[in-house]
Design a protein around this ligand. Structure first.
Ligand code: CTP
Length: 404
């Protein structure tokens, strides 16, 4: 897949304070540059004890700033100039000490100085804490982080896990790609702020016996991309997923299920709690009428077993029948006559919007073509990767549900 340029045209000031997690800042710089950003690295003296400015300059392709006395800028005001071109300031890693400095508005080195001097209303401050779990749990650190948030900074992580000191707990800095994605998300317009979205995704698996079942080739990628795009747009997202091999998008609440019946049982109580329901799951239409308790064995006479199928509940139609139903979006994966089938589903399932795609051509792929079909007509979205399409669909849903 072509590299996505989600940060094209963005200028990021990446600040490093002292911590072992500085090693991740090298990868982070590469990831941001690969996503199209220009990166200006600024390091504290403590950061330089963990990683060299030489490395950071090579990766960012720009001279690194380390001192407020740096005489290179014509006006000798690096602390002012550095943020005037910036679209965001990201501190990664942010040590406990550096966070304390931010909270107190202290400004005795270049990085803290530029954070204080940045035009806060247009240059957001993102902070990725990295510290030992006892330091993170300390009331002083928690107080500082709460104040940092109250002052408008976006605090990213930290994650739980193995720490450089050998202990295990909260305080690990997020990984480079997670930080890149958080930064990308921070730039998305918050079109769905305050809205709650419920999404189904992936195939279902209908057991024949304990080791076999009926399923399909749906990868779940489209549904997961919509979950990510909706979360980036400020929505609270619940994702009900059949068996898929995909990581949960950040900040998305995920419920895993296997069968269509389990998916329905998970969806029905959730649906009235959400504003919008997007059914992307490729729900198996039929399931074996009975599940064999034990593995079906060959009978030795070359006779294949036969079993009856029974129709699965239609989850989308069931939600659309609820008295307090959310605004429903269905998908139609077809192998031919896409528009005709999509229109027919719009009516039969009684939903305001059906998103059509040519199924077998898109299963498992990263790109897709979508057609939006509603009661008044249809509109094709330009072909693109699934996340780009998901963002367009999210914008469309936001437009159509505005004021609802
Ligand atoms: N859907 C659902 N529950 C089902 C079947 C489908 O919620 N048991 C939803 C899908 O998630 C999708 C839409 O209904 O949003 C259309 O699914 P599709 O399988 O394409 O349509 P069907 O209703 O199964 O019709 P057909 O099999 O005739 O294509």
């Amino acid at each position: 897949m072509a590299e996505r340029l989600d940060l094209a045209g963005k200028h990021i000031v990446l600040g490093l304070s002292g911590g072992v997690a500085c090693y991740k800042a090298a990868e982070l710089t590469r990831a941001l540059v690969k996503a199209g950003a220009t990166v200006q690295v600024v390091m504290t003296e403590a950061a330089e004890a963990f990683i060299t400015a030489v490395t950071m300059q090579a990766l960012s392709n720009r001279p690194v700033y380390t001192s407020q006395w740096d005489a290179r800028p014509g006006n000798n005001m690096a602390h002012i100039n550095l943020t005037r071109e910036a679209d965001a300031v990201l501190i990664a890693p942010a040590s406990a000490d550096f966070i304390a400095k931010l909270v107190q508005g202290r400004a005795d080195d270049l990085l803290s100085l530029l954070c204080l001097a940045r035009p806060a209303e247009r240059v957001p401050l993102l902070v990725a804490p990295a510290m030992n779990r006892e330091m993170w749990a300390h009331p002083a650190a928690q107080r500082n982080v709460a104040q940092l948030r109250a002052d408008g900074a976006l605090v990213l992580g930290p994650a739980a896990g193995d720490q450089a000191c050998g202990e295990i707990g909260d305080g690990r800095m997020l990984e480079a790609e997670e930080l890149r994605d958080e930064l990308i998300a921070s730039f998305q317009p918050k079109l769905l702020a305050g809205k709650k979205l419920l999404i189904t995704a992936g195939p279902t698996f209908e057991a024949i016996d304990p080791v076999r079942g009926i399923t399909n080739h749906s990868s779940g990628k489209m549904g997961f991309a919509i979950a990510r795009a909706a979360q980036e747009a400020g929505a609270e997202v619940t994702l009900i997923a059949g068996p898929v091999h995909l990581p949960t998008p950040p900040h998305v609440h995920r419920i895993d299920v296997q069968s269509a019946q389990q998916m329905l049982d998970a969806v029905l109580p959730q649906a009235p709690l959400h504003d919008v329901f997007v059914a992307t799951a490729a729900v198996a239409d039929w399931r074996p009428a009975v599940m064999n308790e034990h593995k079906i064995k060959k009978d030795g006479k070359k006779l294949a077993p036969s079993f009856e199928l029974t129709e699965n509940p239609d989850i989308l139609a069931a939600v659309a029948r609820l008295p307090d139903k959310p605004w429903c979006v269905g998908f139609a994966a077809e192998s031919q006559d896409l528009l005709t089938h999509a229109r027919e589903k719009l009516l039969r399932k009684n939903v305001p919007l059906i998103v059509g795609n040519l199924g077998p051509a898109t299963f498992g792929r990263d790109d897709n073509t979508l057609v939006l079909v509603d009661a008044t007509g249809h509109r094709e979205l330009p072909a693109g990767d699934k996340l780009t399409l998901a963002r367009e669909l999210v914008a469309e849903i936001a437009r159509r549900t505005a004021g609802a």
